[in-house]
Each structure stands twice: as structure tokens, then as C-alpha cells.
Write a protein that binds this ligand. Structure first.
Ligand code: PMP
Length: 371
């Protein structure tokens, strides 16, 4: 073949994409996969049946485009948020898309874009920066303290200096696991409104696993505050691709300027609605995972590892002179964890008790070899 030597950089791709790599958590076929913060429990059989029923119904109408505004789904999501946060919301406050990644992309298409800037406090969810780049939004990497808490003073200075159009705050934060206090979010929101109004996106992908409460009630009276959520984690439905946001209705109106028509398929809407009917059952798994997460923290600390406090379904542990080498040695024992590129640290997702035991056995062996 004559075209084998043609690579991305030989194509007329946008300058800012040259030399970059796509998002790429390894999808390896190993016995214990604790690397992408998925929920380890398959959906319960009655829910699988209900999904099949609702999808069968939807299939009869697939000759037509789906509900463009996903009214029934957004109404049910609003009901879920109202019930779990105590903050009364309706359809008008909620928007849904294919995963919270798409929600974030729509927010950046609406409020970022060429000539505009977004900031996040890193290490944090790497897709915020990658989606910024994909939407032509300049990305600023803001600071954190060494213990991975947000450095409010430095963050305030960075926001005041760069006057970003979009500010990302991830709580609980990925990959570190720690939650950001409401006072910090409020302080940063105030600074972000001072010079010119900016959109503050609070990414609560993991909030159901938190010891504390959702910051969603803070949207009251703050039209530039957006809470982003997902069904990928607590609802155990990463394969469904359903993310959503809660914000002032004006934000919901604004993102509709950039969403593709009929972006949420009828199959997706039907499946998500079925899952929402089973919320109570699914949230019971969350309780189990929280207990397992706490066990991982306790046992890793007992083994002498440093562990960042976790409010998520994963735990960051270290410190290692060469985290990648340790990642490889854990993988040699059949357990896949995540090297997020945070120097000295690795991240493990809370799995089933058996999976967590396999992980703990692997790191226990590593300790023995080192002494
Ligand atoms: N936000 C954070 C902080 C995440 O960790 C993830 C997934 N790893 C997402 C958003 C995106 O999740 P999804 O697109 O599956 O909703």
C-alpha cells in the first residue's frame, strides 16, 4: 500500500491538534479492571427486562426522529435531582446529552470557543482541557496544593489574571478523589463574576459517592453556575452514554443553540428512563461501593501507602518513585489500575469485594518484595 506512511500530521488538521494524542485509557482484557471508574455491578435483571421493554416500544417509532427536547427524560432527571438534593427543579433547569462529556462539549461550544479561555485546577479530569482544545477554547491549567486541595488564593489570582470565560471545578475531583468545599466553589464563583461574568461548571460526576452533599442548591440565584452530572457512575450505566446538567433555565436555552438536532437517540432516552425507574435499587449499589471505597482507603493506609481522602468511587494512592513501573507490576498480577500521569500516584476504582481483594493482594505482595 502506498499510503501507509501518511500520518495525522500529514493531513491539513488544525494546528492545535498537531502532535496531540487522543483520550486513551487502556481497554485491556485482564481479569480485574479497576481503571476507568466504572461501576462493577451489571444492571440487575429486572432492569434489563424493563430496558428491553422500553426499547422495544421505542423501536416501533424509530422511523421518526426522537423527542428533540427529551422532555420526559429531563422531567424524570429533574425529579431525581429534586428528590436527592431537596432542591426543587423542573424540566426547564435540566439538559441531557450523550454522556457528561457531551454536556461539557456543548457548554464549551456555547460559552468558550475561539478567542475564549477556560481554566481548570489540575490534576483534574483531563477531558476538560481536551474538549476545550477540540472546541478551539484556550486552556489554562490552574494550580492545586501539594495535597491536591484547591489552592483558593492561587486559583483566585489565576481567575483574576486570565479572566477565563469558563471555570471548571470537579468535585469530587478525578483523579485525586477529594471533594471541594462549598465555600471554595462560592469564593471562585464570586471572583469569576467580578471582572466579567464567567460560567462556572461544577463537575459532579461522582457526587453520589460523596460523604457530603451535592452543591446543586447553589444554582439558586447564580445563573452562571452549572452542575454537570452523569449516569455513567452511580447508575452503573457507562455504556448508556447519558449525562445531564442542572442550571438556570437560561443556560438550558443557551446550550440548545449548539446541540445537534435529535442528538439523544430514542433508544438512549428509553434506556435512561428505564434506569431512572430503578433508581432506588441502583443507589443501593452506591452504598456498597462507598463502603468498599472506605475499605480500600483504610487498608491501603494500613499497608503504609499514602492515600488521598476520597469522596468518589476510586482512590488515589502513592507515593512511588516510578508510578508507571508500579502500574506495570500490578498489571502483571492481573489487576488494571490507572496511571493518570500524576507523578508518584496511581488510581484504583472501587470494584466488587473480590476485585478489591485481588487488588489489595497485589499491592501487599509489592510491599513484601520491597522490604
Ligand atoms: N467528569 C468526570 C470528572 C469524569 O471522571 C468523567 C468520566 N470519567 C466524566 C465527566 C465523563 O463521563 P461520561 O461522559 O461518561 O458522563
Amino acid at each position: 500500500m502506498s499510503d501507509v506512511r501518511i500520518g495525522i500530521d500529514d493531513l491539513p488538521v488544525r494546528d492545535e491538534l498537531r502532535g496531540k494524542s487522543p483520550y486513551g485509557a487502556p481497554q485491556l482484557d485482564v481479569p480485574v479492571r479497576l481503571n476507568t471508574n466504572e461501576n462493577p455491578y451489571p444492571l440487575p435483571e429486572p432492569l434489563v427486562e424493563r430496558i428491553a421493554e422500553r426499547v422495544r416500544e421505542a423501536a416501533r417509532g424509530l422511523n421518526r426522529y426522537p423527542d428533540r427536547d427529551a422532555v420526559e427524560l429531563r422531567t424524570e432527571l429533574a425529579r431525581y435531582l429534586t428528590r436527592t438534593t431537596g432542591h426543587e427543579l423542573s424540566l426547564a433547569h435540566v439538559w441531557a446529552a450523550n454522556g457528561s462529556n457531551e454536556v461539557i462539549q456543548q457548554l464549551l461550544q456555547t460559552f468558550g470557543g475561539p478567542g475564549r479561555t477556560a481554566i481548570g485546577f489540575e490534576p483534574s479530569y483531563s477531558m476538560h482541557g481536551l474538549i476545550a482544545r477540540g472546541t478551539g477554547t484556550a486552556w489554562i491549567s490552574g494550580p492545586r496544593h501539594d495535597d491536591f486541595t484547591v489552592d483558593v488564593e492561587a486559583a483566585t489570582k489565576a481567575i483574576a489574571a486570565h479572566q477565563p470565560d469558563v471555570v471548571f471545578i470537579t468535585t469530587p475531583n478525578n483523579p485525586t478523589g477529594n471533594a471541594v468545599p462549598a465555600e471554595t466553589v462560592l469564593a471562585l464563583y464570586e471572583v469569576a463574576q467580578a471582572a466579567k461574568p464567567s460560567i462556572v461548571v461544577v463537575d459532579e460526576a461522582y457526587v453520589e459517592f460523596s460523604h457530603g452533599d451535592s452543591l446543586l442548591p447553589l444554582i439558586e440565584g447564580r445563573p452562571n453556575l452549572v452542575i454537570s452530572r452523569t449516569m455513567s457512575k452511580a447508575f452503573g450505566a457507562a455504556g448508556l452514554r447519558l449525562g445531564y446538567l442542572a442550571a438556570h433555565p437560561a443556560v438550558v436555552d443557551a446550550v440548545q443553540l449548539v446541540r445537534l438536532p435529535y442528538h439523544l437517540s430514542a433508544v438512549t432516552q428509553a434506556t435512561a428512563l428505564a434506569a431512572l425507574e430503578h433508581t432506588d435499587t441502583l443507589l443501593k449499589y452506591v452504598d456498597q461501593l462507598k463502603a468498599e471505597r472506605d475499605r480500600l482507603v483504610t487498608e491501603l493506609r494500613a499497608l503504609g501507602y499514602e492515600v488521598t481522602d476520597s469522596d468518589a468511587n476510586f482512590v488515589q494512592f502513592g507515593r512511588f518513585a516510578d508510578a508507571h513501573e508500579v502500574w506495570t507490576r500490578i498489571l502483571d498480577r492481573g489487576v488494571l489500575v490507572r496511571d493518570n500521569g500524576v507523578p508518584g500516584w496511581l488510581r484504583v476504582t472501587a470494584g466488587t469485594p473480590d476485585e478489591n481483594d485481588a487488588f489489595l493482594d497485589a499491592v501487599r505482595e509489592l510491599k513484601k518484595e520491597r522490604h
